[in-house]
Design a protein around this ligand. Sequence first.
Ligand SMILES: Nc1ncnc2c1ncn2[C@@H]1O[C@H](COP(=O)(O)OP(=O)(O)OP(=O)(O)O)[C@@H](O)[C@H]1O
Length: 336
Amino acid sequence: MGQNRLFKMTVAEMFAAYPYAEDFFAFLPVRPQPELVLADLFARLDEDYLEELGLSRAGLIRQFTEFMGKMEEISRQPEPVTSITILGGHDKDGVEENLALTIEAGEIVCIVGPTGSGKSRLLADIEWLAQRDTPTNRQILINGRQPDSKRRFAVEQKLVAQISQNMNFVMDLTAAEFVHMHAESRMVEHLEAVTANVLEIANQLAGEKFRPDTPVTALSGGQSRALMIADAAFLSVCPIVLIDELENAGIDRRQALQLLTAKQKIVFMATHDPILALMGERRMVIKNGGISKIIATSRQERANLARLEKLDLQLSEIREALRRGEKLGTIAFAFD
Ligand SMILES: Nc1ncnc2c1ncn2[C@@H]1O[C@H](COP(=O)(O)OP(=O)(O)OP(=O)(O)O)[C@@H](O)[C@H]1O
């Protein structure tokens, strides 16, 4: 919006065109007169109010202009992502993948394959929306089209969120400050309630609870993963979420994935874990750097998954017992 044009508008015209502007003027003790031109509104502001706010007239005008600019940027919503397509490149020996795989919003796709086969490389191709310019020569389409370079390198409206093994928090904030900061940058309403909700959900996901005032740098691997997943589900606008292994220890993995898909995220998860591998609708098998197969999780596999989860639960209980310093007697595997 042109700044001059904005300041020539009346208050009523501005509120009609930019409803969020009302929030900015909420601090005024009386509602501004609708017929007042904005430039006059600022010019006539009482010195006492300004003093109370601790701002000069010019400072307030600058803040208003910045606020309107930021709000306009946020309200200019990009087209929602409904699908992502991977167009095949080649494996490490240059053999073509011959593939066009489309994944819809709300779907989980797992990536399996031996160590060093190229799972992380595939995640990186998705993260960078590769355009035949990575070692695999793959191309990624969004909603069936080549994403424009502005979207590809966007910082504000990033398409892809990465939840990796090491979160490497750079800032020394508490968990609550971290979430609050994100919520603030997303300009969500009811900041306190949203922050509390994200922390609550993260704590439900994390096996070991943490407090809002725990520094993020002191969170365990599982706790920080839980926090990032809750954050990705509730505060991030990124429609695509990449997960590079989600270890069993300390996180409710099923609930974490359900949370993300309920928010219509497209989830790609590289894993060596059989339970996670079967939690997706499909799994890609990576071999020698190439996508060699795409397997839909069968009904039989889903039935196996339920049994594997029971087995896993039993294994977790044994793990916990050992952690508590207990000794194990004979184990009865009664998972059926
Ligand atoms: N199609 C390809 N062409 C060329 N190089 C590739 C290809 N795919 C993967 N690579 C390279 O192979 C190496 C190993 O790949 P990557 O790290 O992705 O394996 P990984 O399956 O994630 O292993 P791990 O399970 O140990 O994490 C990397 O250097 C990667 O860049």
